[in-house]
Structures are given as structure tokens and as C-alpha cells.
Design a protein around this ligand. Structure first.
Ligand SMILES: O=c1[nH]c(=O)c2ncn([C@@H]3O[C@H](COP(=O)(O)OP(=O)(O)OP(=O)(O)O)[C@@H](O)[C@H]3O)c2[nH]1
Ligand SMILES: [Mg+2]
Length: 211
């Protein structure tokens, strides 16, 4: 029975990760399944630092294969903000609605052609031997003028991915999971997992950093 621990307390993210991880593990647990309230302080300046800290903290406690996802929304007109502060953008206990409201307020005078943004996802995976692997995925798009759609989580109702006229929250779950920043980071992670866990494929090993 091969277990994966996912170092997240975010329900929307946890669900997407379960959809995206494939069949490398028999059981995928997140911190939401744990009775203890494990809290990791995300004080890194980059997604990479925070993802590594989350993965190392949980691996250090259980020594099982562990995955962490640090992600966020970078808005060009705001010089990349909220970025690593996406979760805390409107204060520690704010809701998704409050974060969206604050962002739309900050962008109220910015015209559509200047509302470019990107979602970024960095994954750090630590295998049962303590080896660390990192991948990254980016999805570019625009910030809309009002929230639209019910699917997804977080900033999804205001993010319109490139090549689309609807928001992430208006897309079917499967469609978001084909094109999102997280989907792109998972494509690369799954190549690595394939090499770690299906060693008999006879293929050349790739460099471990798939950034
Ligand atoms: O609309 C969205 N669609 C996405 O696909 C997405 N991915 C990330 N985010 C937002 O970016 C922050 C991540 O912060 P984050 O990586 O620290 O996660 P978190 O604190 O929510 O949970 P944890 O994994 O740290 O426990 C949070 O505000 C998320 O809402 C998204 N928003
Ligand atoms: Mg967090």
C-alpha cells in the first residue's frame, strides 16, 4: 500500500491534486485528513522556498512520500503581486470573496489590455528516500472585471485563461485540469514519478529539475 502525503490544507487544491496525480499511489492523504492541526509558516520569498518548506516539514514528521504545492496569482499591472502572498492578500482570515473584491478594487482603473496575469504552481516532491524533486507550471491569462462561474476555488472566478473568453470557474473541472498552472506542473511531475516508480522502462534518466 503506497501512500502519498500532500502538505496542504486547501480543499480546492487538495481535490485538484487528487484528480491530477494519476495512479502512482494507492492512497492520497492531505493535512485535512489529519487530526492534529499542523501549521507551517510560509515565510519564503518565492513559491519554490515555500513549497520546499511545506514538503520538508511534513516529510520530516512522517518519512513518507510527500508532495507540496505552493501557488499564486501574479498580476502584471501590480508588478507581480499578490504572488507568494496570494493566500494572505486580504489578511490571514479573509475569504476567497474578500480576496477577489480587493484585487478587483486595486485594478478598477486598469483597462482590459493591461489586465494580464499568470497563475504559477511549484510542486516539491520528496520520495521515501528523502530525494527532492521540483517542477513548475505557469498559466497566463487576464483578470476580468467581475466574478463569473461557480467551479474551482480561490481566484478562479476572475481569471480568464489565454485563448478563452470564460473564467477558470466557468470551465468544466476536467478542462481546467488540462490547461491550468497546476496541470502543467503535474505533467512534469508525472514524468519524474514514472522514472522513480517504473524503473524498468529502460528510458534515459532526465535531469531532475524540470523548471
Ligand atoms: O483561483 C485559483 N485557482 C488556482 O488554481 C489556484 N492555485 C492557487 N491559488 C491561490 O493562491 C493561493 C495559494 O497559496 P498557497 O499555495 O500557500 O496555498 P494555501 O495557503 O491556500 O494552502 P496550503 O497548500 O499552503 O495549505 C491561494 O490564495 C489560492 O486561492 C489559486 N486560486
Ligand atoms: Mg499556504
Amino acid at each position: 500500500m503506497k501512500k502519498l502525503l500532500v502538505a496542504t490544507r486547501n480543499k480546492g487544491k487538495a481535490q485538484e491534486i487528487k484528480n491530477l496525480i494519476g495512479d502512482f499511489f494507492d492512497d492520497v492523504l492531505t493535512l485535512l485528513d489529519f487530526a492534529e492541526n499542523i501549521h507551517i509558516i510560509e515565510d519564503g520569498k518565492t513559491f519554490e522556498e515555500n513549497a520546499l518548506k511545506k514538503a520538508k516539514s511534513i516529510y520530516g514528521l512522517y518519512r513518507l512520500p510527500t508532495l507540496a504545492d505552493d501557488s499564486g496569482l501574479e498580476v502584471d499591472a501590480l508588478g507581480g503581486r499578490p504572488g507568494v502572498y496570494s493566500a494572505r492578500y486580504a489578511g490571514d482570515n479573509a475569504t476567497d470573496e474578500e480576496r477577489i473584491k480587493k484585487l478587483l478594487e486595486e485594478l478598477k482603473d486598469v483597462p482590459y489590455e493591461k489586465r494580464d496575469a499568470q497563475f504559477v504552481c511549484v510542486l516539491v516532491f520528496i520520495d521515501e528516500n528523502g530525494r527532492v524533486y521540483q517542477t513548475k507550471g505557469v498559466c497566463r491569462g487576464k483578470i476580468g472585471f467581475e466574478p463569473r462561474g461557480e467551479n474551482g476555488f480561490g481566484y478562479d472566478p476572475i481569471f480568464i485563461p489565454e485563448g478563452y473568453s470564460v473564467t477558470f470557474a466557468e470551465l468544466e473541472t476536467d478542462e481546467k485540469n488540462r490547461i491550468s498552472h497546476r496541470a502543467r506542473a503535474f505533467e512534469k511531475l508525472k514524468m519524474i514519478l514514472g522514472e522513480i516508480y517504473n524503473e524498468d522502462t529502460g528510458t534515459e534518466r532526465h535531469p531532475w529539475n524540470y523548471l
